[in-house]
Design a protein around this ligand. Sequence first.
Ligand SMILES: NC(=O)c1ccc[n+]([C@@H]2O[C@H](COP(=O)([O-])OP(=O)(O)OC[C@H]3O[C@@H](n4cnc5c(N)ncnc54)[C@H](O)[C@@H]3O)[C@@H](O)[C@H]2O)c1
Length: 430
Amino acid sequence: MKKVRIGVMGAYRGTSMINYCEQASNAQVVAICDKWVEGLERQKAALNDPNITYYTDFEDFILHDMDAVVLANYATEHAPFAIKALKAGKHVFSEVLPVQTLQEAVELIETVESTGLIYAYGENYCYMPAPYEMRRLYRAGKIGEFEYGECEYIHNCESIWPSITYGEEDHWRNNMFSTFYCTHSLGPLIHITGLRPVSVIGMEGTKVERKRRTGSKSGSFGIEMVTLENGGIIKSIHGGLYKNSVWYAVYGSYGRMESGREDAGSGVDRIYVNADAYSGEYVHHDVIAYKPAEKNAEESAAFGHGGSDYYSMYNFVQKILGDASADTIDVYEALDMSLPGLFAYRSILAGGVSMAIPNLHNKEEREKWRGDTACTDPKVAGDALLPTFSLGTPEIDPRVYDRMYALWRKDFESDKGYTQMAMTQGGKKE
Ligand SMILES: NC(=O)c1ccc[n+]([C@@H]2O[C@H](COP(=O)([O-])OP(=O)(O)OC[C@H]3O[C@@H](n4cnc5c(N)ncnc54)[C@H](O)[C@@H]3O)[C@@H](O)[C@H]2O)c1
């Protein structure tokens, strides 16, 4: 089988995509880029593969002879590198999030359109067993038309904050706003229904003590109340509450389905379905609970995030190889998942009013947003810099970052640090 030649940017979370290529029959990693020399050296030693070339500079890396690029660099910096990679003739797999401004959104869409190359958004949570089965059932009409849904990605990252921010005050995780990282919750519901969001109301958690003691400057969690094009409503919540939860629920006009709840001994590998209008497969009014069958269960079993890390890459590579049925998330859908988070924060800053979400599929709607740089990143925002928190960007004692740095070094220099890196970034579990 022809192998797609892939370059990976970002040697941390990128570990998961490197692992995919190492075991896949349809892909091989040929280049890895990271400006963090120590991390790059660790990858080199761990992989011990003479067919891989290592780079510290993206401008050199992008000249490497390869078909596609995986962007696992900073979550706020994917769009500029995606645009450069597409213009250099490479297909792109982008980690979350796709853009940090509306200006980037317009430029990214137009670059995908003008190059005609494949852009796949790596929202792996869409491919977790339960939400993926919900998509199949929804598309088969098993619960009727979407009316209401809820989605949660609660991740209390306090214990791993040192190892994912390295004591860097300007790390994107410390400076993102509460509703930015919204696609692990909202993404699967967009992928299930295929419906476009048209407006959003945002809210954020203001009990921020747990955040501040790690150096994070945002609200503690974000909420998007999203209205879809058919009038259906989604409540999406994500961020750092007390205990982790990944959960999805969808109500249709004649049925409901949801994933398992961890405290009930279940999770995203299990689905519960109630429906009235089934013919044959399900019993009237009884809840049906099962573990959905997966297409490549054996291959995906060792991968992180419920095996979903495998499927996002598998579909990307298959798409490049010409498999039209490969289920990738294109640039329009990526923005349908992520723009609600950007506009939810504008809603929060405006006191909770509803914000219309532009339909950037339409060329005429792009003009208004072409120069919009509003975000919390001073390097990008210019005079449109947003506060990181609705009550104002907080001042953090520099000693907090010194403590985070010391904790990170201690972990990184031990075996625990390396294992934790692979695990928290969804690398392959050995
Ligand atoms: N989908 C998931 O489940 C999941 C899980 C973890 C992380 N992520 C995403 O993966 C991405 C990376 O996150 P992370 O946790 O690895 O941490 P990170 O963002 O701190 O690491 C990014 C890596 O990219 C490198 N990098 C950044 N800019 C660079 C540049 N200009 N040139 C060369 N190298 C550069 C950094 O040195 C670092 O090693 C983020 O977008 C994050 O949202 C996704």
